[in-house]
Design a protein around this ligand. Structure first.
Ligand code: ADE
Length: 265
């Protein structure tokens, strides 16, 4: 996969792209990051990329010319590598708080792309013609305002690249993580089995894989029910899952408000 990041602040990416999984994925040849400096595509000697908004108002708006020129250069490069179809298949993603909310399903879909173009918005906004006629997708990483799209682009790049086959140590790891099945993950423990008097649940030490799997499923359901009930409504639940949730609801009605009891067996 090629990830082209179009930004006013390429230096911000030095740390995140050269550590941990992203570093390893790059070294393994699974991904190549291309940092594209928007200022290289400004047309004046001051390399100006922003201007005041028409109609007045505070702040500065990212100009369309450098954004179009930078992305068009990237698309030429993709065309040279993979032809017209390659260009058609490569999403141009504008990171903006006005975009569709990024989540694990979007990450899974993007992980299938050969090329991704991440365009980082900055300042108080981006000229609307960039959103309308250059970006093919607008993504937000959450309902809060960041200083710019750079941190959001890092989040998207990280969530996508770790899904590429071979990026993680254990091949099965991404499938068991929170959100993949629409549920939060069960709690995890490692040695020691007892720390400051807090014990690891017996079931995890039992060596009984079926029991462990059942306990994890139930813990995932419990956590999701307690912390993210919105996810439960959209997740795929078995008959056993539904029975378990009914049982939790009954316990709640009977007054075990804070911590419903789940048996180890
Ligand atoms: N730029 C500023 N805030 C953002 C957000 N929440 N998501 C994506 N890009 C942004």
């Amino acid at each position: 996969m090629n990830v082209y990041i179009v930004t006013l602040f390429p230096a911000m990416f030095q740390g995140p792209l050269t550590e941990s999984i992203l570093k390893r994925a790059t070294e393994q040849g699974l991904v190549q990051f291309h940092l594209v400096d928007l200022r290289d595509f400004a047309t004046d000697k001051h390399r100006t990329c922003d201007d005041t908004p028409f109609g007045g108002g505070p702040g500065m708006v990212l100009k369309p010319e450098p954004a179009f020129a930078a992305v068009e250069r990237v698309r030429e490069e993709i065309r040279a590598q993979r032809g017209d179809q390659g260009v058609r298949d490569a999403p141009v993603i504008l990171l903006t708080p006005q975009g569709k909310l990024f989540n694990q399903s979007v990450a899974v879909a993007l992980a299938r792309c050969q090329d991704l173009v991440l365009l980082c918005g900055h300042y108080e906004g981006v000229d609307e013609r960039v959103a309308q006629h250059l970006a093919t997708l607008e993504l937000s990483i959450g309902d809060y305002i960041l200083t710019g799209g750079e941190l959001a682009a890092m989040v998207v790049a990280d969530a996508v690249v770790r899904l590429l086959p071979g990026a993680l140590h254990a091949p099965e790891s991404p499938h068991e993580e929170s959100f993949v099945g629409g549920l939060l993950e069960a709690p995890q423990y490692t040695r020691p089995a007892e720390f400051r008097g807090w014990k690891v649940p017996d079931v995890l030490l039992s060596g009984d894989h079926a029991k462990v799997a059942r306990w994890r499923r139930q813990q995932g359901l419990l956590r999701t029910w307690q912390r993210r009930p919105d996810l439960l409504a959209r997740s795929q639940l078995s008959l056993e899952d539904r029975r378990f949730l009914d049982c939790l609801r009954q316990q709640l009605q009977q007054g075990h408000e804070t911590e419903p009891k789940i048996s180890d067996s």
